[in-house]
Ligand binder design. Structure first.
Ligand SMILES: *Cc1c(COP(=O)(O)O)cnc(C)c1O
Length: 384
């Protein structure tokens, strides 16, 4: 089966991990700061905090911004469940804002209309979390403008998006957001096995995130409530979660960061082949947003009405032909847990249409020419 995505681990990556295993520190050593410095450098942002997953990073990002019971948290429904789940961990009220039918990211017209109503009702969101679906952002400059006008904070779920650019600047520079979160799960652009990170320009937010990622414990006298009792002394000043990344993972991450530009290049080369060779089929191909360079985590195609097969039949036929297609995502509010907790089912018609017609075809840095040709030939055979 040709998978829809997979990691690329080379000998340098393996050597980097083995070196940590032979060293004095397999956690809380020098590899985590080294990985964080590589992330900061790439993103052009002063603070990057590595964690054991993007889910953890989202959770502490929301907490650092003060999200709590009674607060509204808004995000897109076409995302992995973690974007919304992490806000529920904080006790927030989650609402879903429909996606745009062309970019599949937050529909900012819809968001603005909802903000007008929410302002009149006195329940504006505390945080809006755009999701950079497939590796491309919504119009972050416009979102930042809305954030200023309506007083909400912005956390980017950039789990699909390390290596992407918005304008001339890398995603993660937080020019238009408070915090940006990346995932390093093996299907994403770079990997640390499990892993994630939060970036921010704000030193106070960075400090809060660092405390929460650990046990809320500090050895810095400036952060303590009392005079240190002696050289052994530390204080717990926040309720942390131990969401730390190990040095084994961070060494892998730092090694992968050196390869990031190449991974993105390779994805773009394969995207160009799909764009060229799938044209003319009854498929809506991914939109290339002006002024952006996508990280191309996914290549979602939407089956059009005139296709001889519907999405489900096409999905099954592709799987039967050894093509490991996937679907990203069932709108989160339709997950049984959300249904059981009373989330409205009828507020996001575009997400519904996307769910009815989308599938993700294989795209990753090491997808071979022969395998990609097989994906293309199979699509032609099934859809012509
Ligand atoms: C993968 C993913 C996450 C969660 O990432 P983990 O590192 O597995 O916790 C969150 N949001 C989106 C959009 C993702 O794709």
């Amino acid at each position: 089966m040709i998978p829809y995505g997979r990691q690329d681990i080379d000998d340098a990556d393996i050597t980097a991990v083995v070196e940590v295993l032979k060293s004095d520190f397999i956690t809380q050593g020098p590899a985590v700061p080294r990985f964080e410095a590589a992330l900061s450098d790439w993103c052009g942002v002063p603070h990057a905090v590595a964690m054991n997953s993007a889910t953890s990073a989202l959770h502490v990002a929301y907490l650092a911004l003060g999200l709590g019971p009674g607060d509204e948290f808004w995000t897109a429904p076409v995302t992995f469940v973690a974007t919304a789940n992490a806000a529920l961990y904080c006790g927030a009220e989650v609402r879903f804002v429909d996606i745009d039918p062309v970019t599949y990211t937050l529909d900012l017209d819809r968001l603005e209309a909802m903000l007008v109503v929410a302002e009149a009702e006195g329940r504006l969101p505390k945080i809006v979390a755009p999701v950079h679906l497939a590796g491309q952002s919504c119009d972050m400059a416009r979102l930042a403008e809305l954030a200023r006008r309506y007083g909400f904070r912005v956390v980017e779920d950039a789990s699909h998006s390390i290596g992407a650019f918005f304008g001339n600047a890398p995603v993660g520079d937080c020019r238009f957001s408070d915090i940006c979160v990346f995932s390093f799960h093996p299907v994403k652009i770079i990997t640390t096995a499990e892993g994630g990170a939060a970036t921010t320009r704000d030193p106070e937010l960075a400090q809060k995130i660092e405390l929460l990622r650990s046990h809320g414990v500090t050895r810095d006298p400036a952060l303590m409530r009392n005079e240190p009792h002696g050289g052994w002394y530390y204080e717990q000043v926040a309720l942390g979660y131990n969401y730390r990344m190990t040095d084994l993972q961070a060494a892998l991450g730092a090694s992968q960061m050196a390869r990031l530009a190449g991974f993105i290049e390779a994805r773009h080369a394969r995207r160009a082949v799909y764009d060229e060779q799938l044209r003319g089929l009854p498929l809506q191909l991914p939109h290339q947003a002006e002024g952006q360079r996508s990280a191309l985590h996914l290549y979602p195609v939407l089956v059009t009405q005139d296709a001889p097969l519907d999405r489900r039949a096409l999905f099954d036929a592709l799987r039967a032909a050894g093509i490991g297609v996937n679907m990203h995502y069932l709108p989160v509010y339709r997950q049984p847990w959300y249904v059981e907790h009373g989330f409205p089912q009828d507020e996001c018609p575009v997400a519904e249409d996307y769910y009815a017609r989308a599938l993700s075809i294989p795209l990753y840095a090491t997808l071979s020419e022969a395998d990609q040709a097989q994906v293309i030939a199979t699509l032609h055979r099934l859809l012509c």
